[in-house]
Design a protein around this ligand. Structure first.
Ligand SMILES: *Cc1c(COP(=O)(O)O)cnc(C)c1O
Length: 436
């Protein structure tokens, strides 16, 4: 399969090149040249396959031309060592829990897949590949844990000193092995600037193999289609979809997750409607309502992984539907919630059903609650475990009510190892040249 750039100003590339480069040379995002559909018969028996088996079938549609089946199967099965179960919340609303991976958020799926795919492509290469990632919290932990112990790859996580929560920091500073945490004296923007400058620095790129692992990478976003297919299978298996339509709601920030869902849809997965749930950062909601796309700086909310003012995957959705606002606004309905609304939803769902949503999932739940018609079943993506936002959630439902999952507690016990660096590029460069 070839990959083209959404800017269409550069030749198509191979999967290997798309994964290693991340961004196309004309600054566009890579898109697969074809979408391989499933036969309708695939969906008749899908409920008899396991999550890993379903994911392997989906992966073959994307990557089957480029990777031998046995190798691809290994990568998929190894990525999905954990489940993404579907849990009943009300009679018509179900939660797709994406928080059973190592860092308790959905980004684990894409990060683990990308690490294994990169490792496969690098097999014959001698040089170590250095992944540079700037993080304000969640991306760093998913990437560090996804790449942990993967041979031939070293990860440098840059994060702003003192500006990341203890839980988040522990998830990438206690790992050791091929993961190095760099505590930068400065802000997240400083971290991002250092990484971007490094990718442009001639000397660094001559001496080292550098790559990024951000969420625009095709190897991170496409595998997110796996769990949409699996959720359909699990609902079907339980007889829940009999004579019912399926509506899927996605708490959205950079739109990677919902774009993967739209790919699943275009591959034939029977989903009637997508909902995009925004917080106060509602450029997508506004675009869907009016057709005007007005990116702007983000504002802070309690659903902070959705604090995005210029969603990077928006161009992929435009490209997929040939820039037609009419088509896009039919496929996706937008919703938005303020912080006070999010708090009220978390509380209401908890009191009425006993199910504890995190602030992101809460937006997904409520959009279904508003939208669903009779004869429809709703599924929202529960994108992170509520314990990742303990302070916020306990303020809503009461102190001591959120149990710290074993996995998070284990991270907290580990010994913090990090290197403190000034936010000056020359120091960062010198450090990389010596260590990488
Ligand atoms: C990253 C993230 C999101 C946003 O997902 P996108 O793919 O960027 O739209 C939502 N919730 C949580 C918990 C996240 O970590």
């Amino acid at each position: 399969m070839k990959y083209y750039s959404t800017n269409k100003n550069t030749p198509e590339v191979s999967l290997k090149e798309a994964v290693i480069k991340g961004l196309a040379s004309d600054n566009g995002l890579f898109m697969p040249a074809h979408i391989n559909k499933f036969e309708p018969s695939f969906f008749e028996d899908i409920q008899n396959l396991s999550f890993q088996e379903i994911a392997f079938e989906v992966a073959k549609k994307f990557f089957g031309d480029d990777i031998p089946d046995n190798k691809l199967k290994e990568i998929v099965f190894d990525t999905l060592e954990f489940d993404c179960p579907v849990v009943k919340v009300t009679n018509s609303i179900f939660s797709l829990e994406l928080f059973h991976g190592p860092t308790l958020a959905f980004k684990d799926v894409g990060a683990r897949f990308m690490a294994r795919l990169l490792n496969y492509f690098l097999d014959e290469q001698e040089n170590q590949v250095n992944v540079l990632v700037a993080t304000s919290g969640d991306t760093g932990s998913a990437v560090a844990n996804g790449f942990l112990g993967v041979e031939g790859i070293h990860v440098f996580v840059l994060y702003p000193k003192g500006k990341v929560s203890k839980i988040q920091e522990s998830q990438f500073t206690t790992l050791g092995k091929n993961i190095t945490a760099l505590e930068i004296e400065g802000t997240f923007d400083d971290c991002q600037r250092l990484v971007k400058t490094a990718f442009l620095d001639k000397e660094l790129n001559e001496k080292l193999v550098l790559t990024s692992a951000n969420s625009i990478n095709v190897a991170r976003f496409l595998p997110q289609a796996f769990y949409y297919f699996n959720a359909y299978a699990r609902l079907k298996k339980q007889g829940i979809l009999k004579n019912k339509e399926l509506v899927v709601s996605v708490p959205s920030g950079n739109l990677g997750n919902i774009t993967a869902g739209l790919f699943a849809l275009e591959m034939g997965l029977p989903i009637t409607q997508f909902l995009a749930a925004n917080n106060a950062n509602s450029v997508v909601f506004e675009y869907l309502e009016s057709g005007d796309y007005k990116p702007r700086p983000s504002v802070e909310t309690i659903a902070n992984a959705m604090d995005v003012g210029e969603p990077s995957n928006f161009v992929r959705i435009l490209d997929l539907y040939e820039h037609s606002h009419k088509v896009i606004s039919e496929k996706i309905k937008g919703f938005r919630y303020s912080d006070s609304e999010i708090k009220a939803i978390v509380k209401k769902v908890y009191v009425e059903t006993g199910y504890l949503c995190d602030p992101h999932g809460a937006c997904g739940f409520e959009s279904l609650n508003e939208f669903l018609l009779k004869d429809q079943v709703g599924l929202f993506l529960e994108t992170a475990h509520p314990a990742k936002f303990t302070e916020t959630v306990e303020e809503i439902i009461g102190e001591g009510k959120v149990k710290l999952p074993v996995k998070l507690a284990e991270f907290m016990k580990g010994e913090k190892k990090s290197i403190v660096l000034d936010n000056v590029f020359q120091f960062f460069k010198a450090y990389l040249l010596e260590k990488a």
